[in-house]
Design a protein around this ligand. Structure first.
Ligand SMILES: *Cc1c(COP(=O)(O)O)cnc(C)c1O
Length: 379
């Protein structure tokens, strides 16, 4: 069946390629979101968001926000730190650095525990830091550091946080509804995502999934933001079933359709598809001789980061534009030390899309007289 709208293959790290059914789910009769009918849709949505990470609905809840994924990091950090507490950010990349910047903007006491972007955090150092500073009450890290594609050991970090009396907030924006997560077994107190990534829906709806008792306790924590306070939004949902302020109505309809398609494909089936797409991306890059930043065994299975070749004719822009004109979007990297670009296995795509992409990508290299296999100066 021909797509209703032109279909682009997005290999950028979100938003991702969506199905026609998700796109069309936004075309609905106008409705005031304060109607009971709409509130009941949001109730089901909030429960499904907890079910996706296998959370017990008594113990865990989800809270929706109108904004891009970064709003979740902001909300968790500014709302969940008790008076006198300190944040520990286990930081090996751009997205954990964003959490550090949030601490700086709110003037929150924090430790930026930095590790190289191509390496997993050293758990012994994480433990030592926690042991030496009992004021640490919130540990934050990123599951799949989308800047590189490295997988962080959240379960182990969570166990350490809990051992020393802190909670764990994890930025799971680029794994949620893709790489399976079990909120309780993974020692997560709060995780988060936005509808345009794993759910393969639209931008503008983000959500935090986490421990109800901790949210209730945070009622008495210092209030550092009005629009972005977790308890305030949660309390409003609990009392009225509604968002405190206007929700992104049409985006919510798309998210509901995305979730329907998520259950239809299944957690296992979806992860298997992302995995075969990811494998096809890596095979394609390997065949053309591209080096990658993250060792195969450390990859989260969703984002590949390739190093620019040392070829005088290499131009990311020209290669990007050639692919873009043909319906494929590639994305620059997010590492300051190395020039890289990323190819991501998010979205409603499959192996055929990757094979089609590599035909166009190879043409782009040839058209620009970039040598194949690509060359690098010695290591
Ligand atoms: C996409 C993403 C975000 C959200 O970024 P926005 O630009 O605010 O949408 C946050 N964290 C991670 C790990 C991501 O991949």
């Amino acid at each position: 069946m021909d797509p209703i709208v032109k279909r682009n293959v997005l290999l950028n790290p979100g938003p991702s390629t969506t199905t026609d059914t998700v796109k069309m789910a936004q075309v609905v009769p106008d409705i005031c979101p304060r109607e009971k009918e709409f509130a009941s849709l949001m109730k089901g949505l909030r429960e499904d968001l907890v079910r996706i990470v296998h959370g017990d609905l008594e113990k865990y809840t989800s809270v929706l926000f109108c904004g891009s994924g970064t709003i979740n990091i902001d909300v968790c950090i500014n709302s969940l730190l008790p008076e006198g507490g300190k944040v520990l950010v286990v930081n090996n990349g751009a997205y954990s650095t964003r959490a550090v910047e949030i601490c700086e903007y709110y003037g929150l006491p924090h430790i930026d525990l930095k590790f190289p972007v191509d390496q997993k955090p050293d758990l012994a150092l994480v433990e030592e830091t926690l042991k030496n500073d009992p004021s640490i009450k919130l540990v934050h890290t990123t599951h799949n550091e989308t800047g590189t594609g490295i997988l962080n050991p959240i379960r182990e970090i969570g166990a350490l946080a809990h051992k020393y009396g802190a909670i764990l907030t994890v930025d799971t924006t680029s794994t949620y509804a893709m790489r399976p997560i079990n909120i309780e077994e993974d020692n997560i107190d709060f995780c988060m995502a936005s509808a345009q990534k794993g759910l393969m829906a639209m931008t503008g709806l983000s959500f935090v999934v986490g421990n109800r008792a901790i949210i209730e306790k945070s009622k008495d924590y210092p209030k550092r933001s009005y629009y972005c306070n977790l308890f305030l939004q949660y309390d409003c949902f609990e009392k009225t079933g509604e968002m405190h302020f206007t929700p992104p109505v049409q985006t919510i309809y798309a998210a509901l359709q995305g979730i329907k398609e998520y259950w239809a494909e299944g957690e296992e089936g979806k992860w298997a598809r992302h995995t075969r797409v990811f494998n096809a991306i890596n095979e394609g890059l390997d065949k053309l001789g591209f080096k990658q930043v993250i060792k195969p065994e450390d990859r989260a299975g969703l984002v590949s980061t390739a190093v620019y070749p040392d070829d005088p004719n290499w131009s990311f822009e020209k290669v990007h534009d050639y692919c873009y004109e043909r319906g494929f979007t590639i994305y620059p990297g997010k590492i300051s030390s190395t020039n890289t670009f990323r190819l991501c296995a998010l979205g409603a795509i499959d192996v055929k899309d990757i094979n089609d992409f590599f035909e166009v990508f190879e043409e782009a290299l040839r058209t620009n007289n970039i040598q194949i296999p690509v060359k690098y100066k010695e290591n």
